[in-house]
Design a protein around this ligand. Sequence first.
Ligand code: HCS
Length: 600
Amino acid sequence: MTKPTMKEMLERRILILDGAMGTMIQQADLGPEDFGGDELDGCNEMLVLTRPDVIQGIHEAYLEAGADILETNTFGATAVVLAEYDIPEKAREINLAAARIARAAADKFSTADKPRYVAGALGPTTKTLSVTGGVTFDQLVEDYYEQTVALIEGGVDAILLETSQDTLNVKAGTIGIHKAFESTGITLPLMISGTIEPMGTTLAGQNIESFYISLEHMNPISIGLNCATGPEFMRDHIRSLAGIAHSAVSCYPNAGLPDENGNYHESPASLAKKIADFAEQGWLNIAGGCCGTTPAHIRALAETLENYAPRKKMGEHPPAVSGIETVYIEEDNRPIMIGERTNISGSRKFKRLIKEEKFDEASEIARAQVKNGAHVIDINLQDTDIDEAYAVHKFIPEVVKKIKVPLMLDSTYDHIIELGLKYSQGKAIINSINLEDGETKFEKILPLIHRYGAAVVCILIDERGQAVSREAKMEVATRSYELLTEKYGMNPEDIIFDPNMFPVGSGDPQYIGSAVETIEGIRMIKAKYPKAKTILGLSNISFGLPDAGREVLNSVYLYHTTKAGLDYAIVNTEKLERYASIPEDERRLAEELIFNTNDD
Ligand code: HCS
């Protein structure tokens, strides 16, 4: 008889994950010789080679206690961590051995009623891309890839990225994991577990919602929290996660907060009771223990949770993008304002600062935009005078230290977009794709969207040029939408149509009437594709007018396009006026231009 899959078992009951490994090893009274010598003392992962009996013993104790899922002893078996012991080359051997030990133990205890699973554990490493640095995104991808390949070859049932403190590390991890799935031809369920510090966010600053929104595209079988705290600190976060996650929710806290000597005091009964309360609320699918927990904790948990049903109702949330913080795109907060001043082609000051490599000062411009109401920041560093890749590499890490809002990455080059994504913890917006050159742009950018998670601006341009009339806009939107959702597998909520705007303020006769076409184009797109979003680069409309006139025209146009359903506006947030506060005669003049109603 074949074993039910983990997914099938998750439908039936709350699955019990094992307890701590690291703190169990600490208690095992081992000496340097057990780890392979003085230099390797404390390298827990080495024990799968030097003292496999110890690791096997811990696994079996957890299985006896009732664990359904074992974690391999590979938390720090990533080359970048093993390099601290001068043994990076041992990564493959250690992961392979660890997976085999856990596999054998799980199989020994597995029965038809209670199948046991092995999750290959990948820790966060000792370096975070967003906080400590000291490692590159690409290096982490390679290290996680190597680790995952060996775990798969050793026979694990799932891959678990745990104690995740920085979503950028997780993104590198998931990319490495998928690369391993491709190269081995074996795709396993992906489990993700974040760590929220007592102050309420990950080390890299995200709360649980942003963490989830940034990783949702990976479609994990489970997502949850472990480590850092005991269960009570996790309560609000687990509740939030259960409310939004489409996947199973996991929770494996420490046995309380450690005291000054690093000891944990939450008793098995008390831990089980607190976690059972989460189950009672219907929030849980997987539960277990992290640092300080023992087989006694897992036994208490398994016995208690037997009486509770797993979370059944999947969560939901409004369409969203994220940086360190999340922005939901909802009817009552439209339009989302995107600060445009960090665009080289739109701001001379910004361009000068980037050219002079004053990245810190340049990022102050982003901060000013946010201070004045921007919910997202557009970043465009493309210019013939500038090395764009270098500027992205220097500027984006600087700017994400200063602002928490999502990024809009604006470039015509896919390799530049990808570079930007490697610095974006959150779910960014890519600006932009179009059908100008057939599907070339779609083919280049869509893989990035699936790999890193992002929304995308789709400009309504095709092989014939920019769509001007409302009918032409609709035609290109329809073709783009069908391709993106059906052929390229995009979530409709992440498609943002830019229906084009022309400078009606310039007086150029070819643009007369185009502002109304854009308003009506937005209305038609929103009616046909209510899930898709719309965006405009607002200042285009007033191009060629004196500054004061520009502000009025921009603001009046924003008012009318918002009424038509506009979701995002790229603006200079420092220079927007409220429609109601614009003097009536100025407003009328602007409306005559927009609606082309001046007969003079
Ligand atoms: N699975 C790891 C997590 C440490 S945070 C351990 O040691 O139990």
